[in-house]
Design a protein around this ligand. Structure first.
Ligand code: NAD
Ligand code: LMR
Length: 337
């Protein structure tokens, strides 16, 4: 019996993400929570003849905590796309003041009602919202770092698509699975094109083309924000990316295959390979890296890739580390003040 809860289910990401989850054969119960419009989304999805049951939960007032409690109770996996998106001219950090409070409240609900769930955080700024969730769960005494995932999958999806677009005759986007490490905003996003099957293509690019490609991955979110002209940020590609990570985590519950995904995680020494990773990233507590998934969440951090990065990628990482450090402290201070 697998129950998945989506917090922010009536939003731009929440709706298509919930649709994809409704189609997943591994999901038995889909639990939709939002502060607006969620009964309609739930009624609509509930007519789809996939085998899972859909329920929706709308609080009756700001003080009502029972709807969130019912939505979360018994959940194995919780995905959070709740919060405001960017408009042109904004950075992800500009969302902090509003989204930090939303995330903290939802993390408290998770601690009280679904303390063993895998928690996937989509809400921006991810570099800071994930530390907020970690600290909140710690304060409630239910924190397991192997079960907390910052969703950076959209950066991998973009990295795969964008390199393929440069080699349309020789490649397809689905040929690639680029490791993108660091964080999820601007220069904290570091795609490792110099490793794996992208290397042969990447090496054919001029220095200028390489810079442009990396910048496109780092600022891919801005392309969508500009194109939507004030109506929000990436929703459909994000729903796909969030679903990919959720699907992999659910698959790992019943599979003996190696399932690897990049995620922004807490480099806590209780996770295999995390101490080695932490040392290689200058002591940062949170960082996105490929991880092996298992029945209990993150089974192992694949830190070895950090020993193979090119000199150019080392320079990108130095910038990423500096920015991440501030983003992480901001989240921790907010949650512990
Ligand atoms: P949206 O405004 O369309 O939807 C957000 C939803 O959250 C709304 O339905 C809103 O009612 C709901 N919400 C607000 N407060 C809530 C609360 N306390 N509890 C439950 N629900 C609540 O926004 P969106 O486009 O879906 O984006 C959501 C978030 O995801 C933004 O912060 C955005 O920046 C982020 N995002 C992250 C990535 C990523 O790669 N991690 C990609 C795209 C967007
Ligand atoms: C993205 O990368 O598309 C998201 O983080 C949304 C944004 O604000 O760009």
């Amino acid at each position: 019996m697998v129950k998945v809860a989506v917090l922010g289910a009536a939003g731009g990401i929440g709706q298509p993400l919930s649709l994809l989850l409704k189609l997943n054969q591994n999901v038995d119960e889909l639990s939709l929570f939002d502060v607006v419009n969620v009964p309609g989304v739930g009624a609509d999805l509930s007519h789809i003849n996939s085998d899972s049951e859909t329920k929706s939960f709308l609080p009756s007032s700001k003080e009502d905590k029972t709807a969130l409690a019912s939505a979360l109770s018994g959940s194995n996996l919780v995905i959070i796309p709740a919060g405001i998106p960017r408009k042109p001219g904004m950075t992800r950090d500009d969302l902090f003041n509003i989204n930090a409070g939303i995330i903290k409240g939802l993390a408290e609900g998770i601690a009280e009602n679904a303390p063993k769930a895998f928690v996937l955080v989509i809400s921006n700024p991810v570099n800071s919202t994930v530390p907020i969730v970690a600290e909140t769960l710690k304060q409630k005494g239910v924190y397991d770092p192997a079960r907390l995932f910052g969703v950076t999958t959209l950066d991998i999806v973009r990295a795969n698509t964008f390199i393929s677009q440069l080699f349309p005759k020789e490649s397809k986007p689905s040929d690639f699975n680029i490791n993108v490490i660091g964080g999820h905003s601007g220069e904290t996003i570091v795609p490792l094109y110099s490793q794996g099957n992208s290397k042969a293509f990447y090496d054919k690019l001029s220095e200028e083309q390489k810079k442009e490609l990396i910048r496109r991955v780092q600022f891919g979110g801005d392309e969508v924000v500009q194109a939507k002209g004030g109506a929000g940020s990436a929703t459909l590609s994000m729903a796909y990316a969030g679903y990919r990570l959720a699907e992999s985590i659910l698959k790992a519950l019943s599979s003996s295959e190696d399932i690897i995904e990049c995620t922004y995680l807490n480099l806590d020494s209780s996770i295999k390979g995390a101490s080695e990773a932490k040392e290689l990233v200058g002591g940062l507590d949170f960082f996105s890296l490929p991880v092996k998934l298992g029945k209990n969440g993150i089974a192992e951090v694949k830190y070895e890739i950090l020993n193979k990065i090119s000199d150019d990628e080392k320079k990108l990482l130095a910038v990423a580390k500096e920015q991440l450090s501030g983003n992480i402290s901001k989240g921790v201070s907010f949650a512990t003040k």
